[in-house]
Ligand binder design. Structure first.
Ligand SMILES: *Cc1c(COP(=O)(O)O)cnc(C)c1O
Length: 460
């Protein structure tokens, strides 16, 4: 099967195959990779994909975007990992009340939605390296869940070493333990004195560092990597089948990766309404879409810590698409943003984005009230990220179609926020039990490139 090649949103990098894009993460011109052509499916083909069990559906989506750029066995192995989730439906889409459902994305090994992509990314990355006889240093910035999912997916890998940067004291203890207790020698955890955006900035700088690149591959498992996003497309198709009519998805949003995967699902042919991005007090995306000015501010710590992002990296993909794939314009806009920390979005671009995407910001009090409401109204304990989505879902007009709020983490990963709202702690699923007794391994470093570079030598 012929799959698309991949181009950069900034238009100054050569087009490459999927495997190469997977190993690179970010494009050398500072842009993000996207398929050169979206593989569009007919309604009948979409219906057929939706009829498949989840691992089969995931395999077919991988095939659309990878084709024979990787051995078929690797695609099969990646999709098979979905069969190990603790629910037979993998991503059950549960009705809360007529017209409102919640899409459970927390049935993987670290009980958060990032498992869905990361579990598939590991075998694909191994296969890409094997084909080239190479090894890889993976760098990732995390506000909690990405690091946990990455450690779980890549620990013990032969060809891959993994360095995870998290903001010191800004991830929950459960999240930290999931990252720091693997005992794997190919994993290094760094606790950075700073916020998530500092971690993301450091990773970006390291990825652009020619010296570090010398003699080894460097890449990232952040959602700037197209290989991550492709693993998040299948559940949008699966969920839309459960609703019967074209759904309106409400996505708890940080880096805009999950929401962009929903956008991509529509691009390949899924019928769905406008996407609603639910953000917390870190509302750069909402201000950009609602006010037309994309501006960075210092991150505010919230209960939905995995969404404490002020410069959502995947926003660039949306801008590129909304501009009619104008790489010059996209590059100019994000270069201005990088330089000045703020940029005006031209009205035509804004209008094009708003056709498909809207954003709502939910404050801390409303998030907490929604956790209480979910328990009272539906007998469900939800995590703060899910509560942000449910609160935003409450504002979506149900006359426009059935509403699906994405539930991105198991509540037991965030016991403090939940017990504050409900007075009881959520019960931990099997994945999260037994972490407390284990030895943790991490190093505290300043938010400084040289300090991080020095710490990385421990992985050599
Ligand atoms: C990462 C994460 C999000 C945000 O997803 P993005 O792709 O960064 O927008 C939401 N909820 C949870 C629990 C997460 O871990």
């Amino acid at each position: 099967m012929t799959a698309p090649t991949y181009l950069s949103t900034r238009g100054r990098a050569p087009e490459i195959g999927f495997a190469e894009a997977l190993l690179r993460g970010m494009a050398p011109d500072g842009g993000l990779y996207l398929p050169s052509v979206w593989p569009n499916r007919s309604p009948a083909e979409i219906a057929w994909l939706q009829s498949l069990p989840y691992p089969e559906l995931a395999y077919e989506i991988l095939r659309l975007f990878i084709g024979d750029d990787l051995p078929n066995g690797a695609l099969r192995a990646a999709a098979e990992r979905m069969a190990a989730f603790d629910d037979p439906a993998v991503t059950p889409c549960v009705e809360l009340e007529p017209g409102l459902r919640v899409l459970e994305l927390f049935h993987g090994p670290t009980a958060a939605f990032k498992d869905l992509a990361m579990q598939m990314m590991a075998p694909l990355t191994e296969a890409a390296l094997e084909k080239r006889g190479e090894s890889l240093l993976l760098l990732t910035a995390t506000s909690g869940d990405t690091g946990a999912a990455a450690v779980r997916a890549f620990a013990g890998s032969q060809r891959i070493r993994l360095a995870v940067l998290h903001p010191l004291d800004r991830v929950s203890p459960v999240q930290r333990r999931q990252m720091t207790t693997s005992g794997a020698d190919n994993v290094l955890n760094l606790a950075v004195r700073g916020d998530f955006d500092d971690c993301q900035r450091l990773v970006k700088a390291l990825l652009a560092d020619e010296g570090l690149r010398e003699g080894q591959r460097l890449s990232s498992v952040n959602s700037i990597n197209w290989g991550r996003l492709v693993g998040q497309i299948p559940y949008y198709l699966a969920a839309a089948k459960a609703t019967g009519g074209p759904p309106r998805f409400v996505v708890p949003t940080g880096n805009f990766g999950d929401a962009f995967a929903g956008w991509a699902a529509q691009r390949i042919g899924l019928k769905a309404g406008r996407l609603t991005c639910a953000v917390n007090a870190n509302d750069a995306l909402a201000r950009a879409l609602n006010e037309g000015r994309y501006a960075r501010r210092p991150a505010t710590p919230t209960a939905s810590v995995s969404m404490d992002v002020q410069a959502p990296s995947n926003f660039e993909r949306l801008v590129f698409e909304a501009s009619g794939r104008d790489a010059e314009r996209t590059a100019a806009l994000f270069e201005t943003f990088a330089r000045e920390g703020a940029v005006e979005i031209p009205p035509d671009l804004l209008a094009a984005m708003r056709e498909n995407v809207e954003a709502v910001s939910i404050g801390e009090a409303e998030t907490s009230a929604q956790i209480a409401h979910a328990w009272k109204a539906w007998g469900r304990v939800v995590c703060p990220h899910t509560a942000v989505a449910l609160a935003a879902a409450g504002r979506v007009d149900r006359a426009e179609g059935p509403v699906v709020a994405l539930s991105t983490a198991h509540p037991a990963k965030f016991p403090e926020a939940v017990s504050k709202a409900l007075g009881v702690e959520p019960e931990a699923p099997a994945q999260l039990r037994g972490l407390e007794g284990k030895t943790e391994r991490f190093e505290v470093v300043d938010a400084d490139l040289n300090a991080v570079r020095a710490a990385l030598s421990a992985l050599a």
